[in-house]
Design a protein around this ligand. Structure first.
Ligand code: PGA
Length: 256
């Protein structure tokens, strides 16, 4: 089984209508020089989903959303359900990002409920996890990952409806990245744990993305690390040329 890489851009709380020009440019560049056998996704803020869907129509870029409420509807002022995000055109939802876990005290149990909401709406849940700098220094990385994976992965998670993103908190937006050896260790560990939780066959098919300071300059090294099946990109996804630079790491690879 060859896992199809996924490179997803997380715009976070960035982007207004004028930013759609970057999406159009990315679509144009991919139209001129396609990146084969790679899933490409942009997750803009919810305010831009409908316009982004229109801007991306007819192209290969998929649309994703950031976060959702666990329930399908109801009296929850300011929240958005997975069904609403699907209705706006999103095919996937980022859940459990460390910025949500930290800024909004989200527990793995809540992340699990949000991932189930994504599945209920027929979408892919992109479940994020990662250790803090202190946890890494204290050699607690694998323990933290195990706890977050155990708590956040819903029972119905399968390779077709779920993606894991390993994002060390200290690497996000910092310009720092773990070594290839460290990334390979964590990704291998996640796959082994997935095997224990949902069976070896499913685990082999699962996509595990790396996230944290992925740039055009380091994508070539990071994306070839064993068990890395793509990237979740923050800052460098805001500019079409930077994001395309990251995607180029896959441009030369041949389909096998
Ligand atoms: P970054 O963010 O690429 O800006 O480090 C990654 C993320 O938070 O998904």
């Amino acid at each position: 089984m060859v896992r199809k890489p996924l490179v997803a851009g997380n715009w976070k709380m960035n982007g207004v209508a004028a930013s759609l020009a970057e999406l159009k440019r990315l679509k144009e560049r991919l139209g001129q020089s396609p990146v084969p056998d790679t899933d490409i996704m942009i997750c803009p803020p919810a305010t831009l989903l409908a316009q982004a869907r229109y801007a991306l129509s007819g192209g290969t870029i998929k649309l994703g959303a950031q976060d959702c409420h666990p329930l399908p509807s109801g009296a929850h002022t300011g929240d958005l359900s997975a069904e609403m995000l699907a209705d706006a055109g999103a095919q996937a939802i980022i859940v459990g990002h460390s910025e949500r876990r930290t800024d909004h005290d989200e527990t793995s149990a809540l992340v699990n409920a949000k991932a189930r909401a994504a599945h209920r709406a027929g979408m892919i849940a992109m479940i994020c996890m990662g250790e803090t700098e202190q946890e890494r220094r204290g050699e607690a990385t694998l323990e933290v990952i195990k706890r977050q994976l155990d708590g956040s992965l819903p029972q119905d998670a399968r390779a077709a409806n779920t993606v894991i993103a390993y994002e060390p908190v200290w690497a996000i937006g910092s310009g720092l990245t773990p070594t290839a050896t460290d990334i390979a260790e964590v990704h291998g560990f996640i796959r082994a744990e997935l095997g224990r939780m949902i069976g070896q066959g499913e685990a082999t098919d699962f996509r595990i993305l790396y996230g944290g300071s992925v740039k055009p300059t380091n994508a070539g090294e990071l994306l070839v690390v064993p068990d890395v099946d793509g990237a979740l990109v923050g800052g460098a996804s805001l500019k079409a040329d930077d994001f395309y630079g990251i995607l180029s790491a896959y441009a030369g690879r041949s389909a096998c």
